[in-house]
Design a protein around this ligand. Structure first.
Ligand code: CAA
Length: 391
């Protein structure tokens, strides 16, 4: 039964890496026509983590501004969503909990289902808030997208974290019931425990994504969702920017709607500004799309926004949110712009060296070079333990 309590995203902040690789550098290295990257997949550059950055430092950097603004008193749960996990047992969110100095009276857990994990975290958080509306849940989506060097996936890497504070009477976006959900057992993208880089069947992954779009929409309609024309914008999972365009055209086509370019651009363009320069941020990607939309759109107060979250393997969800009047006073547009602009541009050789870097597995003391200028850094791997420090 639908509840009258409004629950949703009260605050949102994202962080990205110290470094950036322009696609021109990748194209010069592998002889690809730059048009394929700039137009074909819609990417200009991708974020690259420093040697002392990972999903924990990115997650902490994304979440710190939320705790600074709202305090931690109401936060009793931290859900950390990632598919580039750093430990098979310990939740990355426990390190973030420590770096942010959150109270011990907190539950912390990590969630995984490829790029869909953050949406599961958001929905679970909404359930917790319905159970106790005085509580807020900190959802952190943090990922480093890594494919093999010289593989087709290499151009679709990236890294970022988005932190969402979920609560009652939210200041940004009320998340609506119902959701359309979809699961299919496909091997389009996966990462066995012994691999750092993901494996992917590129064309199969695009087909699987499009099938999930149809599946979630069908279920969304059956659950009594909104009509397609009611949405002011559509935030898709963006493994590369053009995938959102493929997905949206597919959704419109399969519903007998016009797919003229002006309509598609109106529905999508403002959601892609960050992804185009950050690249694939896996679990964070849909919410990076939301940040881009809210930071760039004219007033969306009272308007409905659609979300399509896709995680390979595959699980997907289509749901809607309503933008809360007055939301613009709470945005972090300037900080988001700075997070992108502050990145140092790498040449291809430095990027390649960072990509190849991994810790020895001998249990010794392995300090990391001090590269990040961010507040949180991975200082070492010592006795198989990750050592973080705050500046
Ligand atoms: N000028 C303009 N466009 C050009 C061009 C040029 N000179 N050369 C090629 N293109 C276009 C192609 O026509 C193509 O466009 P369409 O798809 O619209 O036809 C586009 O550029 C890409 O070209 P290819 O398909 O030939 O590229 P590719 O074989 O190198 O693979 C890819 C592209 C499959 C996306 C690959 O980068 C990849 O495997 N990426 C990782 C997987 C991925 O991101 N999958 C997305 C769905 S899965 C998901 O969403 C979960 C997740 O996060 C991974």
């Amino acid at each position: 039964m639908a509840s009258a309590l409004a629950v949703g995203i009260h605050d949102l902040s994202f962080a990205t890496t110290e470094f950036v690789l322009p696609h021109t550098a990748l194209a010069a290295h592998n002889g690809t026509d730059i048009g394929k990257y700039h137009l074909g997949i819609g990417q200009r550059s991708m974020s690259v983590p420093a040697a002392d950055e990972d999903i924990v430092t990115l997650g902490a950097a994304a979440a710190a501004p939320l705790i600074a603004r709202h305090g931690s008193d109401a936060v009793r749960t931290v859900v950390f969503a990632t598919e580039s996990s750093i430990d098979q047992a310990k939740a990355a969110g426990v390190y973030v909990h420590s770096l942010l100095g959150l109270p011990s009276a907190t539950r912390v857990v990590e969630l995984k289902q490829a790029c869909y994990g953050a949406t599961a975290a958001l929905q679970f958080a909404i359930g917790l808030v319905h159970r106790d509306p005085a509580q807020r849940v900190l959802v952190i989506a943090s990922d480093v997208s890594k494919y093999d060097l010289d593989s087709p996936g290499e151009a679709t890497q990236g890294a970022a974290a988005v932190a969402l504070l979920v609560g009652a009477d939210p200041a940004l976006v009320r998340i609506e019931e119902p959701s359309g959900v979809f699961t299919a057992d496909v091997m389009d993208f996966w990462r066995p425990n012994y691999r750092e880089a993901a494996l992917v069947d590129g064309q199969e992954s695009i087909t699987a994504y499009l099938q999930a779009v149809e599946g979630t929409w069908k279920d969304y309609v059956e659950q009594g969702g909104r009509k397609l024309d009611e949405f002011a914008a559509f935030c898709y999972h963006q493994p590369f920017t053009k995938m959102a365009y493929k997905a949206h055209r597919h959704l419109l086509n399969s519903n007998g709607h016009d797919t003229d370019e002006a309509r598609v651009a109106r529905d999508l363009a403002l959601t892609t500004a960050y992804n185009t320069v950050v690249g694939n941020s896996y679990t964070a990607s849909v919410y990076l799309g939301l940040a881009s939309l809210l930071d760039h759109a004219d007033d969306l107060s009272g308007r409905a926004v659609a979300f399509l979250s896709y995680g390979s393997g595959s699980v997907a969800e289509f749901f809607a949110g309503t933008v809360v009047p007055g939301y613009r006073a709470h945005l972090r547009t300037q900080e988001h712009r700075e997070a992108i602009d502050r990145r140092e541009t790498l040449d291809y050789a430095r990027y390649r060296a960072l990509h190849r870097r991994s810790f020895p597995t001998d249990g010794g003391d392995h300090p990391t070079p001090a590269q990040t200028t961010g507040r949180y850094r991975l200082a070492a791997l010592r006795g198989h333990k990750r050592i973080y420090e705050t500046r």
